[in-house]
Design a protein around this ligand. Sequence first.
Ligand code: HEC
Ligand code: HEC
Ligand code: HEC
Length: 269
Amino acid sequence: MRLLLLFITALFCISSLSADETATLNKPPASLKQWYKPANKHNVWHHNMFKLRREIQAVSEYMAEQDQPHTEKWASQLVTHYRKIAEMVPEWKDELELEWADKLEVAAKQGDFTALNVALKKLQTSCKGCHQDYRAQVAAIYRSPDFGKIHVTIEGEDTSYLDFMKLLMRDVNRIKIAADDGNKEKAQTALKAVRTGITTLRSSCDNCHKEASAKEYYLGDKTTALLNELKTGIDKGKSGQILGQFAVQACAHCHASHRILYDLKAEIE
Ligand code: HEC
Ligand code: HEC
Ligand code: HEC
């Protein structure tokens, strides 16, 4: 695996001299999966990371105040959660500075702040190293929305999200084409189809969002107002700009937060 990566890295260096460049991402070990939803009740891995960040802060601050008892308290928690990384994902043991974690623990107990500072820096270097290699793809794989299993019902038919999207796009473009060609009736018919599509779209959010506020953000009052403006705009022969605003509000915003991540997840998983 490492050899292969080296090879790919070498390729990357060579190809960066030529026109076509290739970027590579390391795949995280499969054992990480058990520390994320839905395999786990919570995103345990992510939570352990939040603890580490807080503990590093506490140790640094108490160390600066030369407060030995508090430094020791937080240093002990820090090394516990740091060692947990290797227990959770044994494949990542090599990424850690476990001897320096031992030294950090001893230095905190003894109140040797100079030694503690050195050990803390070593640990932080390992945080950074692993983050550079893995953080982005882990977030994309385990914490991004998964639309693969999301379906909607259209005219009684079970439809995949992707097919639903294609229908939405077709209807939005139909408005544009018909309006361009002065066919108001056809544009209004397409607009009705888009309205129905938006209602279906709103219901799809509930698959993942318990709070109604989520859907209001893209598909709330602003979207409804734009649909109403479109209706009058089509009749007046001036709908182009409103249609553009609608597409940004009701489609592009959601694509920016959901679709890009989902695409990335699908690509690297
Ligand atoms: C062996 C790999 C590895 C090591 C070592 C590691 N991390 Fe992480 N860390 C990760 C991965 C992977 C993520 C992405 C998790 C996610 O987004 O769900 C992450 C995410 C984080 C985050 C979350 C950032 C955010 O706002 O979402 C924090 C904070 C963090 N790490 C702190 C630390 C600290 C502090 C250390 C060192 C004491 C450390 N990590 C060591 C792999 C590692
Ligand atoms: C497959 C699951 C899934 C579906 C379906 C889904 N979302 Fe999300 N959504 C997520 C995830 C995951 C996040 C990012 C983490 C989080 O905030 O929960 C997110 C974040 C958001 C955010 C960012 C603000 C926030 O709450 O963090 C909004 C707004 C939002 N979604 C709206 C929508 C709307 C509107 C729909 C329906 C058209 C929708 N979502 C459908 C999974 C989904
Ligand atoms: C949940 C938020 C969300 C909203 C709101 C949304 N989309 Fe999408 N859209 C997605 C996701 C996720 C995908 C990727 C689906 C997949 O690849 O399976 C997608 C994919 C697409 C695609 C690509 C289809 C293809 O052939 O690759 C088109 C076109 C599209 N959406 C159009 C629209 C239009 C038009 C609207 C607004 C009327 C809209 N979408 C609103 C989430 C959303």
